[in-house]
Design a protein around this ligand. Structure first.
Ligand SMILES: *[C@@H]1O[C@H](CO)[C@@H](O)[C@H](O)[C@H]1NC(C)=O
Ligand SMILES: *[C@@H]1O[C@H](CO)[C@@H](O)[C@H](O)[C@H]1NC(C)=O
Ligand SMILES: *[C@@H]1O[C@H](CO)[C@@H](O)[C@H](O)[C@H]1NC(C)=O
Length: 482
């Protein structure tokens, strides 16, 4: 090795060591070095310029590849990190860590208000973020007043799992955020946590999370699609959110949950009540085409508050398999769960259609305190579940149950205290031979029409056990096949 090469190697080592100093002084130097590069970057500070050029202007921060320990950095309007500039043959990645031993450090990057910030291609190693006291110990934080923020293709590793104080991303008040293709290895609290504002969260992979793998809280809205979520306490959690008394019916952004794959979690989706009583569930929600398997407690849960009457809920085209049989114990749970497919309480205006629910440990669908709920064209089957009913509804009114196929539950449809009921064209088979079970069982019904259902059962008494006809009620055209 010639003198020249030795010299550059020494320079390289010194520079590298300086960026990664474990002392507080070293951290401060690194922090101002990185902050300077961030402030020099301006990927697209001007949204109008961006639109006019139909491409990005400016350049991302020119951070040499390597591993850095830094105090909190601020991402101002227009600033961007997009991976790193190759600095030597060794480092090809950009790794950001907190400074060790700084007990008050809560974040690695704080996103400030502004336009078009970007963070992509970074490995956030959260080993040294250990203070859970504010419940916002996370790699990326902030966002209030930011517009068109994009966070993509990052990895979040070594997030502390000991308490709910630890997350990967926590954002509030962002307008039009895009969060995609990130990977979160583990976390104690919500991994990706969004509050107030609107967020498009897609194609992320999130695993091993003590709370929500994705959480939309405090009126966050947007689209959650094509994510892979595994071993979460809640695959997707949401609440509190607005209710009907708020001005959210017309002009809110969408709340759409579609095409996600969620497995081995306590709840696949849990919107509304969880952890805190009377937490309000989001309204105007579409939950469609998700594959949710092996949830411990419930595949899709929507628990509105007792008083809120939230709803305008569509649950359609989801495949829910093996509820109640997680492969591993979901984080922060003990023992077995109820293993329900879809559980709903206190909802107004809901449509539950064309879902395929297979092999639940508990009931397939249960509903209480529903108003204006249509449960139509679902297929609910098990090989044998003689401890639970396929569909159970209590304390509800204005209910349509129609076109469902229900197989091998103790009772097909069990109704208690239901008023204004239309149960029609359901097909039920393989119920238990216990007295009064097997087909359709109704107690405390008023104003009902139960018609044109078919039940296949071993004995005739087991087909229907619906209260006597009163004036105005209809019970006709029902078939009992042996
Ligand atoms: C996680 O955080 C707790 C609480 O601050 C701390 O005691 C523990 O050492 C951290 N764990 C790891 C692996 O850093
Ligand atoms: C659904 O069923 C489970 C278990 O059987 C029960 O604990 C829960 O209270 C029921 N929920 C509703 C909404 O009926
Ligand atoms: C109705 O559902 C609620 C909520 O889960 C439950 O507490 C209650 O016991 C159920 N009532 C009946 C009669 O099943």
């Amino acid at each position: 090795m010639g003198l020249q090469n030795w010299r550059s190697l020494v320079v390289l080592i010194v520079t590298y060591a300086c960026r990664c100093c474990a002392t507080e002084d070293g951290c401060e130097e690194t922090t101002s070095f990185l902050q300077g590069l961030l402030d020099d970057s301006s990927l697209s500070a001007d949204r109008n310029a961006l639109q006019a050029n139909s491409g990005l202007t400016g350049s991302a921060a020119r951070i040499p590849c390597g591993s850095y320990q830094t105090n909190k950095l601020f991402l101002r309007g227009g600033s961007a990190i997009s991976s790193c500039v190759p600095a030597d043959d060794v480092s090809t990645a950009l790794i950001l860590k907190a400074c060790p031993g700084v007990s008050s450090q809560q974040n690695i990057i704080t996103v400030e208000g502004g336009t078009s910030q970007r963070i992509s291609g970074v490995v956030f190693d959260q080993t040294d973020l250990t203070d859970p006291s504010t419940r916002s110990s996370c790699a990326i934080f902030g966002g209030s007043g930011a517009i068109d923020l994009e966070i993509s293709d990052n990895k979040f590793i070594n997030v502390n799992t000991t308490s709910q104080g630890f997350s990967a991303i926590q954002l509030s008040g962002v307008d039009s955020a895009r969060i995609h293709h990130n990977y979160v290895q583990q976390s104690g609290g919500d991994a990706l946590n969004f509050n107030g504002g609107n967020y498009n969260v897609h194609d992320n992979t999130v695993e091993n999370v003590g709370d929500g793998c994705i959480a939309f809280n405090n009126n966050a809205r947007g689209i959650i699609s094509s994510n892979i979520l595994r071993r979460c306490n809640l695959g997707i959690g949401s609440g509190p959110a607005g209710n009907r008394n708020d001005d959210v019916l017309g002009d809110e952004s969408p709340f759409l949950v579609t095409g996600n794959f969620i497995e081995d979690s306590d709840y696949g989706l849990n919107l509304g009540w969880f952890g805190y009583e009377n937490r309000i569930a989001p309204i105007n929600v579409i939950i469609s085409n998700n594959v949710i398997r092996r949830s411990r407690s419930c595949g899709i849960s929507y628990f509105a508050s007792d008083t809120g009457g939230e709803g305008n809920l569509m649950i359609s085209g989801n495949q829910i398999i093996n509820s109640g049989h997680p492969k591993t114990q979901p984080p922060h749970t003990e023992g077995e769960g109820d293993g329900i497919g879809i559980c709903i309480a206190s909802v107004t205006s809901a449509s539950i259609t064309s879902n395929m629910i297979t092999e639940t440990k508990g009931p397939s669908i249960n509903l209480s305190s529903g108003h204006d709920v249509n449960i139509v064209n679902n297929i609910l089957t098990t090989e044998e579940n003689m401890d639970n009913d396929g569909l159970s509804i209590n304390g509800s009114n204005d209910i349509v149950v129609s076109g469902n196929t229900i197989r091998n539950y103790a009772g097909g449809i069990r109704l208690s205290d239901v008023k204004y009921l239309l149960a029609r064209d359901n097909k039920i088979s393989g119920g238990s031979s216990d007295e009064g079970a097997g087909g359709i069982v109704g107690k405390g019904l008023s104003n009902y029409a139960v018609e044109r259902n078919t039940v296949t059962s071993e004995s005739e008494e087991n087909c229907y056990d619906v209260e006597e006809e009163e004036e105005g009620n209809i019970f006709e055209g029902n078939i009992c096949w042996q």
